[in-house]
Write a protein of this length. Sequence first.
Length: 332
Amino acid sequence: MRRVLVPLHVPAVAPLTRRAAGIVSLGGETMGTTWSVKLVAANADAGDAILRIVQAELARVIAQMSQWEPQSDISRFNRAAAGSWHQLPDEFFYVLRTALALAHETGGAYDPTIGALSEIWGFGVAAGRKDHAPEAAAIDRAREACGWQAVALDAERSAALQPGGVSLDLSSIAKGFAVDLVAQALVRHGCNDHLVEIGGELRGTGTKPDGSPWWVALEETQGAAFETIVALHGLSIATSGDSRRYIEAGGRKLSHTIDPRSGWPIRDTLASVTVLHASCMHADALATALSVLGAEEGYSFAASRDLAARFVMRGVDGPRERITPAFEAMLD
């Protein structure tokens, strides 16, 4: 069975002048995953110029926010001495400020200073993939190195304080921000109809040449009774789940999403959380935050803020879904 989500402002038809236009498809690798861009262009040769634009925006995010790059801004911050202030590039400061605001709003369920925990669970830079859980003492030590409250910001200087030993990890927000950055660059260069995707996070603007929206299918948990497709027109979508990144320890699948409050991966009863939002950066971070909050508290958080979110839980009878009123309102 198929169901459809359509924002109310999706246009029904495209101008006749766009009928001759075609779709240019581009793609590559970035941030440990893949990216793709589809855009409407009257000239198929536009691909080379657009490719350079996309690569420049992706390189900017990596140079600022990739902890896998030793000389990136985030890596230098993570190595910096205790008590030192660091002026950050505008993009990095904006993403960090957004992440810290969400950490405050969720009571620490979302925490951009989770780097030490990511490392010991095998999802960080230095550590390889784990086949067992860390010892409790190691988890406690890593938790002591986390703490979003200790990172102070100076908005006038776009600066951040390294309190000492804090390791930022923006993996749960940087890809979404990169999607937004690429989409904005495309608009600046006159490409007003496009679909941008990085590692499964997507943002669609405008329509295809025939006037239809950019349709994408949500990733469904095995055993789902239906397929959900979404019209991405001025809308972004992000999903946090354990279908791709996880470790298996003690016969259990442990998610790569870690609860910074406990130091442990979230429970495997929550298969995925999907968020629809105008900003892919916010959708990306919120999907992680709601996953950590869990099916009950996360749902209440999303519903009270009018967020369009879907929670998929595993059960003995197969996957079970719960959607917020804002998500349900988009169902056609």
